[in-house]
Design a protein around this ligand. Sequence first.
Ligand SMILES: CC(C)(COP(=O)(O)OP(=O)(O)OC[C@H]1O[C@@H](n2cnc3c(N)ncnc32)[C@H](O)[C@@H]1OP(=O)(O)O)[C@@H](O)C(=O)NCCC(=O)NCCS
Length: 199
Amino acid sequence: MIVFGASGHSKVVLDVLLSNGIEVEKVIDDSPKTSEIFGIRVEKAENIAPSGDAIIAVGSNMSRKRISERWLFNYQSVHHPSAAVSPFAKIGAGTVVMPQASINADTAVGKHCIINTGAVVEHDCLVGDFAHVAPNASLAGGVVVGEGAHIGIGACVIQGITIGKWALIGAGAVIIKDVPDFATVVGNPGKIIKEHKNH
Ligand SMILES: CC(C)(COP(=O)(O)OP(=O)(O)OC[C@H]1O[C@@H](n2cnc3c(N)ncnc32)[C@H](O)[C@@H]1OP(=O)(O)O)[C@@H](O)C(=O)NCCC(=O)NCCS
């Protein structure tokens, strides 16, 4: 397995892989600032011809999208042994499920998502490609999360809500209404503070 990204986030991804007994051949990065992580060598990405299994361990949702489009590895998904992932959930290629996270029945999580430490994704949710459900954030049943959206640390989304693509939900926000594409929403109850046209 090759891990793309040598940041803080990649340490957690490496932990998840090593906890599963998966051997990591090397870490690659566009501009590496270290030569090894946990004794695994770090190389500059431009010298690598993509082949074999890989995971993108980069926290930025847009960067994961761009890297996945440029570097055509055989992307794998992985979850920490302490995560509770329903056998009736679908998880896309490249998605990482961190320790103590829960993903419940009939939920579908897209490609290259992060379901971070202790996050809860309840039944019948649809989580779009490149989305990130940050630590301790919770999605109630039937929530739809658009491509590339970020659900901030500790945020809660009540049942049946749709979060637009590339939306940013602030840390600790409580979302009780649908959120448009590209909106930034903070607070309890969540209010839009910014809307950006492009990502
Ligand atoms: C919502 C967020 C994306 C906004 O970032 P930003 O666009 O840089 O916004 P700013 O920091 O300029 O803040 C704009 C305003 O919103 C307020 N605000 C920012 N985040 C807030 C939050 N989570 N809850 C309540 N208010 C918040 C700021 O106090 C500021 O208010 P002011 O204009 O009255 O001073 C960011 O603050 C946030 O909460 N990110 C989540 C981080 C996260 O989940 N990390 C986990 C990584 S694993």
